[in-house]
Write a new protein. Structure first.
Length: 430
């Protein structure tokens, strides 16, 4: 049987792109044997050719205008490693698909924002849009949802989807260092970008859970009614309180169907310390799927970095090399559905509430009065005095209460003169 030849163009040669190009070059023969094809890295392009890299770029492969690769007849697959949901990445992917090029990308921002449009375009042009590397790096969760669990009825998918935030919370728990000290350490180790805003505020995990929920529930990517919270408010007092109470603090992304309505949230929460996901530490990611007939299905692994990302990119490329022309979101665009969302504020949670207050008469009754007014009942209350004995920290574990009531109570408490620091509030996930 005659081998088919595929020509590849790689656009974007930063840390990920350079590592990927080097790995692909060294493992070219192995990939060809396993896919019974010939592959040729035909073109390379990046914003700055003269940038110092750990790879040498052959002059014959360099393309100055990255968009030219979308028009060249001798390009079959474009690997987009530029990043970002707008600008060059968007132009490259849209133009590539319109010109009937297969696309492989690690760009979660682009897929979460334009995945619906790109999926329809790829389907009409009979090309692949592959994005395994966009979610959880080396954890092949997208392949599992598309193929391994294809007949399962999934009702919930959740997990730790950002390695930077997980590293910070894990290290704070292990070392007793404060948030800023651990963040600085994460940057030195390469676990956090110089500007890690999207990792810390939950936006990165938000993009990923949007993609996963679309695949899990056979629906269009839903961009509305998503609760997004980061980890910046967590301090050592909260970490130690969690330990005392039998919990660990984790940053979770959650998508769930309730009454055929979609709930999506990214938030910091407390989890029982002996649970599986509470013990996923460092830069690891983990995803848990609840469905039928599979039951509970769990995957974990490194979620970011050149190695895991390259592993996912190669997997996607090999799928194309084997001739697997697939619908990007498993089912045809006409069969994907719009799912109504359920307002997150109407959900019920047990909560951890921490109030740093002046230690004087009447404070506790003032707190309980506000909680009672907002239909929040106290399950457990602990009062810790500060060293000065002029101040106290009151920790409250509430019974299940409506989210909107909790946030309203926290807002009211924030305005009280006896409150000396901004109140803390974390949901407790079962």
């Amino acid at each position: 049987m005659k081998k088919k030849t595929f020509n590849l163009a790689i656009v974007g040669l930063g840390n990920i792109g350079s590592y990927f190009y080097k790995h692909l070059t060294y493992n070219k023969d192995q990939i060809e044997k396993k896919t019974n094809t010939n592959i040729n890295i035909k073109y390379l392009s990046a914003r700055n050719k003269s940038k110092k890299r750990k790879i040498s770029i052959p002059k014959s492969k360099w393309i100055k205008n990255y968009l030219d690769v979308t028009k060249k007849k001798d390009v079959d697959i474009i690997i987009e490693l530029i990043g970002g949901s707008e600008g060059p990445a968007k132009k490259l992917v849209f133009n590539g698909i319109k010109n009937r090029k297969h696309i492989v990308t690690a760009n979660k921002s682009l897929i979460s924002k334009y995945g619906n449009e790109l999926s329809k375009l790829a389907e009409s042009n009979k090309v692949n849009l592959e994005f395994e590397a966009a979610v959880a790096g080396g954890v092949p969760i997208i392949r599992v949802l598309k193929e391994g669990l294809i007949t399962n009825k999934i009702n919930k998918i959740y997990g730790i989807l950002n390695g930077t935030s997980n590293y910070i919370l894990s290290k704070m728990s292990e070392s007793k260092l404060n948030f800023n000290e651990v963040l600085l350490n994460a940057k030195k180790l390469g676990y956090a970008e110089s500007n890690p805003k999207s990792d810390l505020n939950g936006e990165d995990a938000k993009s990923k859970i949007q993609i996963l929920s679309s695949l899990a529930f056979n629906c269009f990517i839903n961009k509305s009614d998503i609760n997004v919270e980061g980890i910046q408010s967590v301090d050592q007092i909260d970490i130690q309180n969690a330990k005392t109470l039998g919990y660990k603090i984790k940053h979770l992304a959650i998508a769930e169907l309730k009454e055929n309505k979609l709930i999506q949230s990214v938030h910091t929460c407390m989890i029982k310390k002996n649970s599986y996901i509470a013990n996923i530490n460092g830069v690891l990611n983990a995803v848990i799927i609840e469905g039928k007939p599979i039951g509970n299905y769990t995957m974990q692994g490194e979620g970011a970095g050149p190695g895991p990302t390259t592993s996912a990119l190669i997997s996607d490329i090999c799928s194309i090399l084997r001739g697997n022309i697939k619908l990007p979101f498993t089912i045809a665009d006409k069969n994907r559905k719009k799912i109504k969302t359920m307002n997150f504020s109407q959900q019920y949670f047990s909560s951890y509430i921490r109030l740093d207050v002046l230690d004087k008469a009447g404070v506790l009754s003032g707190i309980t009065k506000i909680l009672s007014k907002n239909h929040i009942s106290v399950k457990r209350l602990i009062q810790n005095q500060f060293r000065s004995k002029k101040f106290a920290s009151i920790i409250i574990i509430s019974h299940q209460s409506k989210n909107s009531n909790i946030t309203k109570a926290i807002s009211e408490l924030s305005n009280k003169k006896f409150i000396i620091n901004k109140p803390k509030f974390f949901r407790i996930e079962v």
